[in-house]
Design a protein around this ligand. Structure first.
Ligand SMILES: *[C@@H]1O[C@H](CO)[C@@H](O)[C@H](O)[C@H]1NC(C)=O
Ligand SMILES: *[C@@H]1O[C@H](CO)[C@@H](O)[C@H](O)[C@H]1NC(C)=O
Ligand SMILES: *[C@@H]1O[C@H](CO)[C@@H](O)[C@H](O)[C@H]1NC(C)=O
Ligand SMILES: *[C@@H]1O[C@H](CO)[C@@H](O)[C@H](O)[C@H]1NC(C)=O
Length: 355
């Protein structure tokens, strides 16, 4: 009863919003002689992404390479006027106030997850007092190999790594600093000795089992069954509760429905509507960092013999068609960000020669 009323409310407000949007003239009225300035997601078609004048002035006196406060958000707003910076990085005790995540099941929200574990202390990524943060998302792509970017990566305030991507033995190319490692159970490092000692363990939950799994890891309980996982999962995460977080599902929701424009599918996980972890991490960074860079992103299918990941021998050609992701739609989104200078791509794999 309540659910259907919510749905109705939601539909009504969507209709109303749709109308407003329509009447604002942004939607192209084919045959009416209008040409829209915006694409379907609401990004400017012409991506100049110039900075507002007051920011040009504000950054004018900064020394070369200094962190520019608010840069990523300002650039993002310039190409995507709907961008509003409101979402905290992790689930915190106020999560119930965010109806957007309480109304959706995982991966887009936390509905029906009962007691959610969260901790609100610890590492300095949460020091909101830090006036300006530069962040780099290190993807796992083979394109990182032999580029000696390690030192540059380590200079960022926040270094985000994904899933099991190793650091040890690859420092020259990928750096040695890890501020946080965002992962889901099937992607998590399985050997406890392979975890770095100082980093936040951040769960990006894609399904209800993932929350359950985290509870087992936090309380050091034996995982009796691995039903519901699509491959083997880590059984022991050598991190204390104060070093664990749950990524705000808002970023999965926003990446999928708004920024990339994947099918809403009634808010349920379905064919081709799950963003990759990399896109989720970038979205998080746009909302939480002043400057955002990426490295190791982009799969180039015209080089089938190139390595898929920087840490193993599997080749690009081994990449499987994905049922859950829509790599080409996602690439369009990433290209927009790079083209407009919202993010910097240190390995140039997102656009290649094309931006
Ligand atoms: C930049 O430096 C000039 C000269 O020192 C000063 O007059 C101006 O107010 C500064 N601008 C900002 C935004 O700090
Ligand atoms: C990186 O360099 C090593 C040693 O020179 C070489 O064996 C490897 O194939 C190179 N990897 C890539 C992706 O170029
Ligand atoms: C990806 O999105 C495009 C455009 O919406 C669609 O044509 C295609 O079928 C989608 N692919 C997958 C795997 O869902
Ligand atoms: C993919 O590789 C080809 C051949 O090396 C290159 O010409 C092209 O620019 C690359 N594309 C991207 C997106 O990196």
């Amino acid at each position: 009863m309540k659910a259907s009323r919510n749905l109705l409310l939601c539909l009504c407000s969507m209709l109303a919003l749709g109308f407003l949007y329509y009447s604002s003239g942004r939607i192209s009225l084919r045959g009416w002689g209008y040409k829209s300035l915006y694409d379907k997601q609401g990004f400017l078609l012409k991506l100049d992404g110039s900075l507002p004048l007051e920011l040009v002035y504000k950054y004018g006196n900064l020394s070369e390479g200094a962190c520019k406060p608010g840069f990523a958000a300002a650039k993002m707003t310039a190409i995507y006027p709907k961008f509003t910076k409101v979402a905290p990085m992790f689930l915190d005790p106020n999560y119930k106030r965010f109806s957007k995540i309480s109304d959706y099941l995982p991966p887009f929200g936390v509905k029906s997850q009962g007691m959610i574990i969260y901790h609100h202390n610890g590492a300095c990524v949460l020091c909101y007092s830090m006036s300006c943060k530069t962040c780099i998302i290190v993807g796992n792509g083979g394109i990182l190999a032999n580029k000696s970017l390690g030192q540059k990566i380590d200079e960022f305030d926040v270094v985000v790594r994904l899933n099991e991507a190793p650091v040890k033995g690859f420092e020259k190319d990928v750096g040695s600093k890890t501020t946080m490692r965002i992962t889901y159970p099937e992607g998590a490092i399985q050997k406890p000795e392979h975890y770095e000692t100082h980093s936040l363990f951040v769960l990006s939950a894609f399904k209800a089992q993932d929350f359950k799994w985290l509870r087992h890891m936090v309380f050091n309980q034996r995982l009796r069954s691995t039903d519901g996982f699509w491959k083997s999962v880590a059984r022991n995460v050598p991190r204390g509760p104060s070093d664990m977080r749950i990524l705000n599902p808002y970023f999965i929701q926003t990446a999928s429905f708004k920024l990339i424009g994947l099918p809403h599918n009634n808010g349920q996980m379905g064919r081709g509507n799950i963003p990759t972890l990399g896109a989720v991490a970038i979205t998080m960074a746009l909302y939480n960092c002043d400057e955002v860079a990426v490295a190791g992103f982009g799969y180039n299918m015209s080089t089938p013999r190139a390595p898929l990941h920087y840490y193993e021998k599997i080749r690009m050609s081994a990449m499987k068609e994905s049922w859950t992701h829509n790599i080409s739609k996602e690439k369009e989104f990433l290209v927009k960000l790079v083209k407009a200078g919202v993010i910097q791509d240190w390995t140039n794999g997102i656009c290649g020669a094309g931006c």
